[in-house]
Ligand binder design. Structure first.
Ligand code: CO
Length: 179
């Protein structure tokens, strides 16, 4: 398989990914590739389908991000999550986000303040994550990717059209620049 960052409107970003039932060398290869791309692109999280792998795998590393405010109390984490599901959610915050699959796009959308996620680690062991603050936002963004939901879906139809038109125009211009 050739791995590369998939950008919107690539159809792999629109389809729900499949559950992982193999905890072996193949999974390890997928995870290694995901870390490689995530760090290369300077993301704090990456969903497998963002590099063309159609499975429910996430990598997250919030240790590489500087705290945005003094109020943040959450400890930074580095983790792999397999088959993650949000099982509890609470509160609401407005979140300003970018996405490696939408280069140049930054939007502010509503997110839950706290989420509880269940899933497995790379060894296939059950894990439960209680999150608030930044990790909670990253988990929601990345789990949405695995479900085929891009972050622009949270914009109103009018706002979404404006953002998408501008984004698609910038892609065209980039094409001309590279010949
Ligand atoms: Co994203």
């Amino acid at each position: 398989m050739e791995y590369r960052i998939r950008t919107w409107p690539d159809k792999i970003l629109k389809e729900p990914t499949k559950e992982v039932d193999f905890f072996d060398d193949r999974l390890k290869e997928y995870i290694d590739k995901m870390w490689e791309f995530m760090y290369k692109e300077e993301g704090v999280g990456l969903a497998a389908n963002q590099i063309g792998i159609p499975y429910q795998i996430l990598v997250i590393d919030t240790t590489i991000r500087e705290k945005k405010s003094e109020e943040e109390t959450e400890n930074p984490v580095k983790m792999v999550l397999i088959n993650p599901k949000i099982v509890e959610k609470e509160g609401q915050v407005m979140s300003t986000e970018g996405c490696l699959s939408f280069p140049g796009v930054q939007i502010t959308i509503p997110r839950y303040k706290r989420v509880k996620v269940v899933g497995k680690n790379e060894k296939g062991e059950d894990v439960v994550i209680e999150s608030s603050e930044f990790l909670s936002i990253v988990l929601q963004h990345e789990i949405d990717h695995l479900n085929g939901i891009p972050f622009i879906n949270y914009l109103s139809p009018l706002k979404r059209k404006l953002v998408l038109d501008k984004y698609l125009k910038s892609l065209k211009e980039a094409e001309y620049q590279t010949g």
